[in-house]
Design a protein around this ligand. Structure first.
Ligand SMILES: Cc1cc2nc3c(=O)[nH]c(=O)nc-3n(C[C@H](O)[C@H](O)[C@H](O)COP(=O)(O)O)c2cc1C
Length: 196
């Protein structure tokens, strides 16, 4: 079982990051059930990720044309494609998430590896059965909150059948209520972790 954790907990709060805390609630509950599980963590802040340039795209297309996805250009896409279950954690920034996560998405979106086209449109080629998106936001959750919607649609595009999320929202509306909101969100994350 390959578990992939995409850690995009970029925060001024450091170890007190609320997003990191939410992700911690999830993983602590998961590890309590599966102490032996190996988790591949991709910490986006530690990677030197750059947005794709036209030259990068040409190089990738050249390799993809020959069906060769074995090189470093596709390293992140390969690990995403091969994961059995995936967790993504990121704060709600500027109506979606930090830009580094969008850059990561550029790197994992590889036609012919993580998805492909047929006459009726795009089909996903990722192995994962589940993807969970964990996020915290200053404002309350809205039905059109883009971070969650974006990952819901990405999961569908990549062929991942089950999508779940936890949005701890409203944390900056009334800071006095933040601890109770985070506790409730942490409990939702722990519940998801027990069946993950
Ligand atoms: C750069 C930046 C952009 C933000 N943009 C939004 C936003 O668009 N909507 C929102 O509800 N909260 C926004 N927030 C508030 C954060 O989502 C909120 O404080 C979150 O809990 C931060 O998580 P952290 O403790 O892990 O850093 C933003 C915060 C920062 C620093």
């Amino acid at each position: 079982m390959r578990l992939l954790y995409i850690d995009c907990c970029v925060s001024q709060r450091g170890a007190d990051s609320r997003t990191l805390g939410l992700a911690g609630a999830f993983w602590d509950a998961f590890r309590a059930e599966h102490p032996e599980a190996a988790i591949e963590t991709v910490r986006l802040e530690a990677l030197d990720l750059k947005p794709l340039t036209p030259a990068d795209l040409d190089r990738r297309d050249g390799q993809a044309k020959g069906g060769d996805f074995s090189g470093p250009d596709f390293r992140l896409a390969r690990s995403f494609q091969q994961a059995d279950k995936i967790v993504v954690a990121a704060p709600f920034w500027d109506l979606s998430f930090p830009a580094i996560l969008r850059v990561y998405i550029e790197h994992i979106s590889a036609n012919g590896l993580t998805y492909h086209y047929e006459s009726d449109g795009c089909h996903g080629d990722c192995r994962a059965s589940r993807l969970i998106y964990l996020t915290t936001g200053g404002d309350f959750e809205r039905p059109h909150s883009l971070g969650v919607l974006y990952w819901k649609q990405l999961a569908a595009m990549f062929g991942i059948p089950r999508f779940d999320y936890v949005f701890a929202g409203g944390l900056d509306v009334d800071p006095a209520r933040a601890p109770e909101i985070l506790e409730a969100a942490g409990e939702r994350a722990r519940r998801l972790a027990r069946t993950f």
